[in-house]
Design a protein. Structure first.
Length: 373
């Protein structure tokens, strides 16, 4: 099915996605399109298998025919999200409504030389286990740590050993579906928006804090890494050189391989030493609440390998509130990602889904896409 040149079709798809149960009448009002055009385009989408009708909404106070609710057909196709780190990878598949239907995690070393081979190997493994998801794949989102320019497809990653590498052509080679590249913490932002949208909550300005614990793999020493993603007024904030969110504590000292006041030996023990981990969380919480206040953010989300440490993080954030805002006027609400360690892979899949529903073309740098309208 061809997309309408005016953008009406993609507008309808996105609105149905973000507002499940919307009617044709509501679509016409939201998009400023006449009802006959909406009915015609919705009919095309239903015929193509992208949209389906279900139930009937309440009639208006003036009576008349009850409007029919619309939603995306979740079995139309799937979108794959892949997170690749130096010492592990994760994969999540979502259906057309953004619901996770399959996930996979493996510990495996990956460096710059083997990155593309690892990516295609992950897809091959999915094809062996669940071939139906590749057969009807609408797109693939790929998330990595480091400075990622998603519009040019370049990556600069210390942990993966990449220096401004044009990666996207290598990933798309041999694939019929589009591939989208994003920083790992920014990808998690996409996932959180879709998750909250499914709960009828709208997130406009928030920070996502991604925490990953690493074992010594030869590429990355044992310790913990932190990446931040910012959404401000509905847009991912990339910064001038796409390095927004590349975090380093004010307590960092020259010679430390990690981002904090703790030295390399202390960071190597952080996962098993309660005292060192508490220092780590307190130092992180102070910075996050400061950023939340400066940018007037609504929420701070934690994701990654944080589930075992929820209580410790909650205590550290509470103490940071008391130190920085004794009057209790810190506006940020702190929450944990529903998808935990799969937050990045899920978010990468949601990125691919959003691209499919909105526009099959990657926008120019000046047209930074909104996470929602």
């Amino acid at each position: 099915m061809k997309r309408n040149n005016s953008g009406n079709t993609s507008g309808i798809l996105e609105t149905v996605w973000m507002n499940e149960g919307v009617s044709r009448i509501e679509l016409a009002k939201r998009l400023g399109i006449d009802k006959s055009t909406v009915s015609h385009l919705v009919g095309d989408l239903i015929e193509a298998g992208l949209v389906e009708e279900y139930d009937q909404a309440e009639a208006s106070s003036q009576g008349g025919r009850k409007p029919v609710k619309l939603r995306l057909r979740k079995d139309f196709g799937s979108v794959i999200g892949v997170e690749i780190q130096p010492d592990f990878y994760r994969l999540t598949v979502v259906d057309l409504r953004g619901e996770a239907v399959f996930s996979l995690t493996n510990k495996a070393p990956t460096d710059a030389a083997g990155f593309s081979r690892r990516f295609h190997g992950i897809l091959d493994e999915l094809g062996r286990r669940q071939p139906q998801y590749l057969q009807r794949c609408l797109g693939v989102g790929v998330a990595v740590s480091g400075i990622v320019n998603p519009f040019e497809g370049t990556v600069e990653s210390t942990s993966l050993g990449m220096r401004r590498r044009i990666l996207l052509p290598e990933l798309t080679a041999g694939l019929e579906c589009p591939v989208f590249l994003e920083n790992d913490a920014n990808a998690a932002c996409w996932g959180e928006v879709v998750q909250q949208q499914s709960l009828h909550n709208e997130l406009r300005s928030f920070l996502f804090c991604l925490i990953e614990f690493h074992q010594d793999s030869g590429l990355v020493p044992a310790g913990a890494s932190v990446g931040l993603g910012f959404v401000i007024n509905g847009r991912i904030h990339y910064g001038e050189n796409f390095s927004a969110g590349e975090f380093r504590s004010l307590g960092w000292r020259p010679g430390h391989r990690f981002q904090f006041d703790l030295d390399d030996g202390e960071m190597a023990r952080i996962k098993f030493d309660d005292v060192l981990r508490r220092r780590f969380f307190i130092e992180l919480a102070d910075h996050l609440l400061f950023l939340g206040r400066v940018f007037n953010l609504n929420h701070v989300y934690f994701g990654g390998e944080v589930d075992p440490y929820r209580d410790e993080l909650t205590v550290a954030v509470g103490e940071a509130r008391q130190r920085g805002w004794p009057a209790g006027d810190c506006p940020c609400e702190v929450q944990f990602s529903t998808h935990g360690p799969d937050a990045v892979a899920f978010g990468a899949a949601c990125l691919g889904l959003a691209k499919f529903l909105r526009d099959s073309q990657v926008p120019s740098r000046l047209a930074i896409p909104r996470i929602f309208r």
